[in-house]
Design a binder for this molecule. Structure first.
Ligand code: GLN
Length: 243
């Protein structure tokens, strides 16, 4: 067990009011439950537009949303961008899903032709397409193994030349349905189109985020693995039924 003498691990949920779709809040819940099973106390702080900036965040997580939700958070996101970018540089782990993932890039042009600026954590651009990419998706990450989930987006994302993807598509569409990439990774920030929610069926991704947060405290996850039989079975079933 991690020695539980430190303050609770401070997880900030970005924009739960506007950016929380297809069960994305399950990611926050999974991080909390896994941290607790690892012997860590956790504090979850919500950040919605206009809220004071939550200081001392150790992990950020945020979900997808409709275009309208993205418009509601875009201005606040620009305002807090310098703090988020500073946290990225310090190695603070983050998970951004779908709509927030798009806004962590350089820009998002909606199908209606309006452009929202992103905050440039990732070198990528998204343009709203005419059809939605919907269904189960199976991907493979060199570091995190098989990652499964569910995607539902019209935005087509293209990575800049030097931008690392999170994973390669095995079945499904991913970033744009063409180049076989899914998501993006910069330092300890993971962006992904995968809902489902992502973390319950992909506990390795959850532990990646938790362990990077602990590293910044000079700690590490306990060596004893958690019993992930159920999660792994769910992942394997999902992976064996490509769409
Ligand atoms: N509005 C974005 C799109 O459709 C994001 C959707 C989502 O977060 N599920 O591309």
């Amino acid at each position: 067990m991690v020695e539980n003498t430190a303050a609770p691990l401070r997880i900030v949920q970005l924009y739960p009011r506007d950016m929380n779709i297809y069960g994305d809040w399950g990611n926050t819940l999974t991080l909390k439950r896994r941290a607790e099973r690892h012997g860590l106390a956790v504090e979850i702080v919500d950040h919605n537009p206009g809220d004071p900036w939550p200081e001392h965040a150790e992990l950020f997580v945020g979900g997808g949303g409709q275009d309208s939700g993205q418009f509601r958070v875009a201005e606040d996101l620009q305002a807090v961008a310098p703090r988020l970018l500073d946290a990225v540089e310090r190695g603070v782990p983050m998970l951004a899903i779908c709509g927030l993932y798009q806004l962590f890039g350089r820009s998002f042009r909606t199908g209606a032709g309006e452009t929202l600026p992103g905050i440039g954590i990732f070198d990528l651009e998204t343009v709203g397409g005419t059809e939605r990419l919907i269904g189960n998706i199976v991907t493979e990450s060199p570091e995190l193994g098989t990652i499964v989930g569910y995607e539902n987006h019209s935005g087509l994302t293209h990575l800049g030349a030097g931008q690392e993807p999170l994973a390669t598509v095995v079945s499904g569409a991913g970033n744009n349905g063409e180049d076989g990439t899914e998501g993006a990774r910069t330092r300890n920030v993971l962006g992904s189109y995968l809902h489902g929610s992502l973390l319950p069926k992909n506990p390795r991704v959850a532990d990646f985020l938790l362990s990077r947060a602990l590293e910044l405290r000079g700690q590490s996850l306990p060596a004893a693995p958690l019993d992930d039989t159920l999660a792994e079975r769910a992942r394997d079933v999902a992976a064996s039924r490509p769409r």
